[in-house]
Design a protein around this ligand. Structure first.
Ligand SMILES: *[C@@H]1O[C@H](CO)[C@@H](O)[C@H](O)[C@H]1NC(C)=O
Ligand SMILES: *[C@@H]1O[C@H](CO)[C@@H](O)[C@H](O)[C@H]1NC(C)=O
Ligand SMILES: *[C@@H]1O[C@H](CO)[C@@H](O)[C@H](O)[C@H]1NC(C)=O
Length: 484
């Protein structure tokens, strides 16, 4: 009985639906979207020169020095985001070596996200004996600055939409910056109550016991191999131009991860949708961020839902997998050529598209990547090469050409718009398609995922300049291209 149903279903799936869907192909680019976009080579090179000559160390010093009086407390909470590369670029001899390093790290981030997503889709939760913390070298991510305690101590953290725990290094600690948070200097610092099941989580990685001096302890294993133990605590947190959170719960870690050493970052602000994340503890109804290369930092706003413009994309926020902010991708256009995201019928079947603050370029499932890349190569028409330094396989050398602008095939993502809603189209600007490698080389800023993956990881290179607003109350995401 059951088997015949499955048979019928399979039959429908394999033979009937594909026939139907080829009859009503709807994969054509909306007429109002341009087929090419212009890359201003002169402007691009200028902004890289500015980026590389900007003194990030000085900026960081200034930010950490601002007196608490300058932190006006007002009702719109916002926290600033800074491209971490601003603060580490002085370790690299030029832009090309910075890019090389950034992309090598990105491969590790993509693998970590893939492992998290795979684990979650099968079991719904992670069964591990430790709290896994996505620490790799920090480049290619975004940093933020907050004040903690009474009187406030200022510190720098990496904001991460791909994890939930908030933790940082607390003194006394091993191999950590002298400026790390010192609980003994804060009159509002409290350990969480170990016996309170609500306060001290009892899931994998956390424990409470007399052998730990009645602390709510967590074990961590950073991705760089560093292991650490910490305990859960609470304190006041202030944000720039913002209000305070009376009692933020966070992990106090006893050691700095190896890859953080030599940097000023002392922790991670988990920004997922899980219970312990910053977003959840703030009870945010919405938040909104815009990733930029700006030296001024770009604020993350809370509870300030944008008023959608005619050009604003609205897509459903997928609810399972509480570590990610994701929606559904239907396909990708290169000019007018179309790559379906999910190879299986029906025509508008989708795959998960994850927006991730810690990823630099966009990682596509392998099959999709190769189709997409081949379309790009033929549409663009210039001779391409592989750049051995950065593993990008579609690079263009402008040397010897008198180029100030380039006409690049438009890349448009088609998203599922929600039940009964039209598809939503996001077209990238040229500066977010071609990744500059040096003063004469650009590469297609996309990469194929390793292994058999069925989701897209959207990186900050593609999302730069796009305001992403997450409505946690009604479960939508909004994209506003070019409006930071
Ligand atoms: C390219 O950008 C430069 C500024 O860097 C500007 O002067 C120039 O007009 C731009 N060219 C075009 C065609 O937009
Ligand atoms: C950047 O600023 C720091 C601190 O003000 C200074 O020590 C350093 O020499 C500056 N670096 C460059 C390249 O100017
Ligand atoms: C409140 O915050 C906004 C945005 O961060 C800022 O522009 C404004 O100056 C602040 N107001 C006060 C009174 O501090």
């Amino acid at each position: 009985m059951e088997r015949s149903y499955i048979f019928l279903f399979l039959h429908l799936f394999l033979f009937i639906l594909p026939t139907l869907s080829t009859k009503c192909m709807s994969s054509s680019l909306p007429a109002d979207l341009p087929l090419t976009v212009t890359l201003n080579h002169t402007a691009r090179m200028e902004s890289i020169r500015n980026f590389m000559t900007f003194n990030g160390t000085q900026l960081l010093n200034q930010l950490l020095k601002v007196s608490p009086d300058e932190f006006h407390r007002n009702r719109t909470l916002s926290i600033p985001l800074y491209d971490v590369n601003l603060f580490v670029k002085s370790n690299y001899k030029d832009w090309r070596s910075l890019v090389k390093y950034t992309l090598a790290k990105d491969a590790r981030r993509a693998a970590w996200m893939a492992s998290q997503i795979a684990v979650n889709s099968f079991t719904g939760e992670i069964h591990q004996d430790v709290v896994q913390i996505p620490v790799y070298d920090v480049e290619g991510a975004y940093a933020t600055i907050l004040e903690v305690g009474t009187p406030p101590q200022k510190d720098v953290w990496i904001l991460d939409t791909g994890s939930n725990l908030i933790w940082w290094v607390c003194r006394p600690c091993k191999k950590c910056p002298a400026e790390s948070f010192d609980p003994s200097k804060s009159s509002t610092f409290k350990r969480v109550n170990c016996d309170d099941l609500k306060d001290c989580p009892r899931w994998a990685g956390f424990q409470c016991g007399s052998s730990f001096g009645k602390k709510c302890v967590f074990q961590t294993r950073y991705l760089d191999g560093t292991k650490s133990q910490g305990f859960m605590a609470r304190d006041k947190v202030y944000t720039i131009g913002g209000t305070l959170m009376e009692s933020l719960k966070f992990g106090c870690s006893g050691a700095q991860p190896t890859t953080f050493q030599g940097h000023r970052y002392t922790g991670i602000l988990g920004f997922g949708r899980g219970d312990l994340s910053f977003v959840s503890q703030y009870h945010a109804k919405s938040f909104s961020f815009c990733l930029t290369e700006s030296f001024l930092g770009s604020p993350v706003y809370f509870d300030k839902l944008i008023i959608p413009k005619p050009t604003t994309l609205k897509v459903p926020l997928l609810l399972y997998l509480e570590k990610t902010y994701s929606t559904q991708l239907v396909g990708i256009f290169v000019g007018t050529q179309y790559v379906k995201a999910n190879p299986y019928p029906p025509e508008d079947s989708t795959i998960r598209a994850v927006v991730d603050s810690g990823t630099k370029v966009t990682w596509l499932p392998t099959d999709i990547y190769y189709k997409f890349r081949d379309f790009f190569r033929t549409s663009f028409g210039l001779p391409y090469h592989r750049d051995e330094d950065v593993d990008l396989d579609t690079c263009y050398d402008l040397g010897g050409r008198d180029v100030t602008t380039l006409s690049v095939p438009t890349i448009t993502f088609s998203f599922h718009g929600g039940k009964g809603e039209p598809k939503q189209y996001l077209s990238l600007q040229a500066a977010h398609i071609l990744y500059p490698i040096d003063h004469r080389t650009y590469c297609l800023g996309f990469l194929p995922q390793v292994g058999n993956r069925d989701f897209v990881l959207f990186g900050s290179f593609q999302l730069t300049g796009t305001r992403v607003t997450v409505d946690l109350q009604y479960h939508n995401m909004y994209f506003d291209v070019n409006s930071c």
